[in-house]
Design a protein around this ligand. Structure first.
Ligand code: ARG
Length: 467
């Protein structure tokens, strides 16, 4: 194996969920140093010691177990989890207790974006950037982007594609408490055919091979057997989810979004191999036939779904396949990307699919296809994730439905319903708050004023911890 692949073959530590109780004062210390991306040293609680509680007064609570608000509630946080959610009248807050006062605000579960690329910058489209820096650059990007994502109220992401296996490293660094960021469900490199959406096209072989020396092992497949190997190899190195590229794409040279790339047989092997290991499969698919073959092969979600037809919609509904449609992207790609090096070929492809994708999303919503929130952050700037809510509502969802797509439904898709997605006893204390009602205007989610993850306050522009 090459130099670069041996770099990524290092044994990675198993993900570790911090168990320690983090006090509010530690959290406030964090607030003071957020700009420098520092992380609080956590007070380790000895086994058997009951963690100090935090009482969150929630004026208007959207807990994501239903589509409605509950007024005047209290969330009792013990350590990193929620111990109790109850009407304020039923909770006795002891004098001197630590209180987070959101009694005038709207309180929601931390949001989850099911389609991010944390290592990617939205101000660098020219593929030449891939050879200008070492893969470590992706790591630097990831540290910054993970923080931006968390500050925007996204306490969870499913990251669906990075160079080998940086997303796993980033996930582990966040889980160990070393850097701030959302809880990550991490994929390896998206699995592509030779010359497909995930390959480096348009370069001489020597350059192309220099870019991805490990691709045969981790990213490029041309038969069911190669697919089986690559899925197993990715799982060996710690990925949580498998990302496959069923069709061509917009932001890749030399292919077409409408064209099927992986075969049904290759995708079937991907799904069987991944599911056998307890991993879900996300399929990038714009094209009509590729979507249907991916659904038939049993993938858990269709990403983009741009050119889906009525039959594809019915198939997804019947099988309960999630649609994760990045319907904000079109604005940014057509508005800003050219000045950051996006070529005319890609702009033309975006013009082909962008509008249709939104219209077809509306049809899928109307038909009752399961929707999970996913934006393709990295194509547009990280931290702007919530801009997509507006389009989800414009194209047929209710505000409550769009929020549930980014909370309870997202947690279901990424297999984290036990821990995330709703505000209920037993879940992680991943809590955000807004000073306006998102059910009246979903755009207020673009300015999340308060972020708590695992009982630690990372952002408090609402003054909730000072009252
Ligand atoms: N990563 C996707 C691709 O290159 C982005 C598609 C963006 N366009 C859109 N209309 N959603 O195919």
């Amino acid at each position: 194996m090459s130099r670069m692949s041996s770099l990524f073959a290092l044994r990675l530590p198993a993900p570790k969920h911090p168990r320690s109780m983090r006090t509010l004062s530690v959290a406030l210390a964090l607030l003071a140093c957020l700009c420098s991306l520092s992380v609080p040293t956590t007070a380790q609680s000895a086994p058997g010691i009951v963690p100090e509680k935090i009482y969150i007064k929630a004026g208007h609570l959207f807990d994501s177990t239903s589509d409605s608000l509950r007024e005047n509630m209290v969330l009792v946080i013990a350590g990193e989890r929620i111990a109790q959610v109850a009407p304020a009248a039923d909770v006795n807050i002891p004098p001197g207790a630590r209180v987070v006062d959101l009694s005038k605000d709207w309180v929601l579960p931390g949001l989850i974006d099911c389609h991010t690329h944390l290592e990617v910058r939205a101000d660098q489209y020219d593929p030449i950037n891939e050879v200008r820096a070492t893969p470590f650059m992706g790591g630097f990007n990831g540290v910054v982007n993970a923080n931006k994502t968390l500050m925007a109220g996204f306490t969870g992401v499913r990251d669906v594609g990075s160079q080998p296996f940086f997303a796993v490293d980033l996930r582990n660094a966040i889980n160990s408490g070393y850097i701030p960021g959302p809880r990550m469900v991490a994929s390896g490199p998206p699995i592509s055919i030779t010359g497909g959406h995930g390959d480096m096209n348009g370069f001489a072989p020597a350059v192309s091979n220099m870019m991805y020396p490990a691709e045969k092992d981790f990213a490029i497949v041309d038969s069911p057997d190669e697919m089986r190997h690559v899925v197993r190899a990715q799982i060996k190195y710690g990925v949580d989810v498998i990302k496959i590229l069923a069709t061509g794409g917009v932001l890749s040279a030399g292919d077409s979004p409408g064209a099927e790339q992986l075969t049904y047989d290759e995708m079937k092997v991907a799904v069987d191999t991944a599911h056998r290991a307890g991993r879900k499969v996300a399929a990038h698919a714009h094209g009509t036939q590729g979507i249907k073959d991916a659904v038939r092969a049993g993938v858990d979600s269709i990403e983009h779904g741009s050119l889906i037809d009525a039959e594809g919609i019915q198939m997804m509904k019947q099988r309960g396949t999630y649609l994760v449609a990045d319907i904000y992207n079109d604005d940014y790609i057509l508005g800003n990307a050219a000045k950051f090096g996006l070529g005319q070929e890609m702009i033309d492809k975006e013009k082909m699919v962008g509008k249709l994708q939104r219209e077809n999303f509306a049809k899928a919503v109307a038909a009752g296809v399961k929707i999970a929130f996913g934006t393709d952050a990295g194509v547009y700037p990280h931290g702007d994730n919530a801009r997509q809510f507006y389009y989800m509502v414009k194209f047929g969802m209710t505000p409550a439905g769009a929020i549930r797509a980014a909370t309870s439904s997202a947690a279901d898709l990424i297999d984290r319903s036990r821990d995330q997605g709703t505000l209920e006893a037993g879940k992680y204390a991943d809590v955000i708050a807004l000073n306006a009602n998102p059910l009246e205007n979903v755009r207020v989610l673009e300015h999340v004023g308060f972020v708590m993850k695992g009982g630690v306050v990372y952002k408090d522009e609402l003054g909730a911890t000072q009252k």
